[in-house]
Design a protein around this ligand. Structure first.
Ligand SMILES: NC(=O)c1ccc[n+]([C@@H]2O[C@H](COP(=O)([O-])OP(=O)(O)OC[C@H]3O[C@@H](n4cnc5c(N)ncnc54)[C@H](OP(=O)(O)O)[C@@H]3O)[C@@H](O)[C@H]2O)c1
Length: 429
């Protein structure tokens, strides 16, 4: 058999240890598929003494991750440390500058620095690959970059954060509130001790911005993603959504048209007969619609040791075969600089929920604000007083420009009738 692909791995946590286990378990099969073996020539993490459930004595250990580039004989550096900057970015820059291929699962770094790294990889004619950075084990990057490469993509959207989906599905199944379910998700290991990147939508936004570049051929624009998470979703919202024929999901949506690139991550109402409504637990799913292929649905495990390692090693197999092209499916210089589209001009239906004081005239005040802003109400549900004496009012609007909904909420800002911040969720029609 020909020369092995020599690989150095930085970071031996959940994903790094998984990559080693996968290569050790399936090495022979991988060698047959790749046409050459994948050989781990060096590894690095913070704490050499930590038990990772794998025998590291057979691999060359380096204390300083930077040394994976300078002293090793690696063809490819695999970065599984995490973090948008810091040691991961330093390693990426030095590996690519040294002409090594680079594979990562790090969505935060790719979302912030992907273009720079793609340019560096192209300058040296080496691979930059990040399949595991979006939707874990699901080969959605390969699907868009290669399988759907012949299509103009109209939009790409999906459930990109397993933690949020786990929490929302559990709230839905058990009728419980967010804080309680989050605490349980943390105890079960489905949510981090600091869950903010997940529950506030940032992690999904990292992934969405990567998908948007691949789908539309636009330069990465993470800063243009409009982001909100699921902290403010109530069990009552989920119940009202169900009564109206919807489920609540955190959905990342990206579309590109003449107005520019539109990217958002928000809790949405998804019709119960839509494929995304049936994605439960920690699963991820991505929908892409191409002008010749039609609707594609990618679904599977969005995280976890095995699925994520599977995606990392798939990238290594591509490199071993010599099958890699530009990171974003076209040379970095060909990516269009697409401005952010004005969300106010977008049309859609909205779910609005208000907590209001239990007194006469409140509904009329809300209805007047809607009317004055040009928002037409399709349905309105009012539920009895809760423990704090406030009443929940849920409204579904007819389709209209989002700027009108924003204007209606602005009119109600500071109203003495509202006992809390209104909730606005878009409806995925
Ligand atoms: N976990 C998943 O399911 C998943 C899914 C998709 C993508 N990802 C991405 O994959 C990457 C790794 O995630 P993970 O879950 O495997 O993280 P993790 O379990 O926390 O592991 C991180 C590893 O990096 C090492 N490390 C941290 N700081 C370091 C430094 N300064 N120098 C050298 N090594 C350092 C740690 O060393 P010690 O072990 O010695 O402390 C640890 O081995 C992240 O970018 C993450 O976003 C993860």
């Amino acid at each position: 058999m020909t020369e092995p692909l020599r690989v150095a791995i930085a970071g031996l946590g959940t994903v790094g240890a998984g990559v080693i286990r996968l290569i050790e378990t399936n090495g022979e099969l991988i060698a047959r598929r790749a046409g050459r073996p994948i050989e781990i020539v060096a590894v690095s993490a913070r704490d050499r003494s930590r038990d990772r459930g794998i025998d590291l004595s057979r691999y060359h250990w380096v204390d300083d991750t930077a040394a994976l580039v300078t002293t090793g004989e690696a063809d490819v550096v695999v970065e599984l440390i995490g973090g948008s900057d810091g040691p991961a970015l330093t390693l990426a820059r030095s590996a690519l500058a040294a002409g090594k291929g680079f594979v990562t699962a790090n969505k935060a770094m790719i979302a912030h620095h992907g273009l720079e790294l793609a340019e560096a990889a192209e300058a040296k004619g080496v691979a930059l690959k990040f399949e595991a950075a979006v939707a874990g084990g699901i080969p959605v990057i390969k699907g868009l970059r290669d399988g759907a490469a012949a299509n103009a993509i109209a939009h790409v959207y999906g459930i990109l954060n397993g933690t949020c989906n786990f929490i929302l599905s559990k709230m839905e199944a058990e009728g419980r509130d967010f804080a309680e379910v989050l605490a349980e998700a943390q105890a079960l290991g489905f949510a981090e001790a600091d869950p903010s990147f997940d529950i506030d939508g940032v992690d999904a936004a990292h992934k969405l911005s990567i998908l948007a570049s691949l789908a539309f051929g636009t330069a990465p624009a993470f800063g243009d993603v409009r982001i909100s998470g699921i902290r403010h979703v109530l069990a009552a919202d989920i119940a009202e959504a169900a009564a109206l024929g919807y489920r609540v999901r955190l959905v990342g949506v990206a579309e590109a048209d003449a107005h520019g690139l539109f990217q958002r991550v928000h809790a949405h109402l998804v019709p119960q007969d839509h494929p995304l409504a049936h994605v439960t637990g920690a699963t991820n799913a991505v929908v892409a619609e191409g002008n010749f292929v039609g609707r594609l649905l990618f679904q599977g495990a969005g995280a976890g040791e095995g699925p994520t390692a599977s995606a990392v090693v798939a990238d290594l197999i591509d490199i071993a075969r010599g099958e890699f092209g530009p990171a974003y499916a076209m040379p970095a210089g060909a990516l269009a600089a697409s401005g952010a589209a004005d969300s106010g001009e977008r049309r859609g239906r909205a779910y609005l929920r208000f907590a209001v004081a239990d007194r006469v005239g409140v509904l009329a005040e809300i209805a007047a604000a809607m009317r004055d802003a040009g928002v037409s109400i399709e349905s309105l549900i009012q539920r009895g007083a809760s423990a704090d004496g406030s009443v929940l009012v849920a409204i579904v609007t007819h389709e209209g420009p989002e700027r009108c909904v924003a204007a209606a909420l602005e009119r109600l800002r500071g109203s003495q009738s509202l006992t809390g911040e209104p909730m606005w969720m878009h409806i995925l029609d």
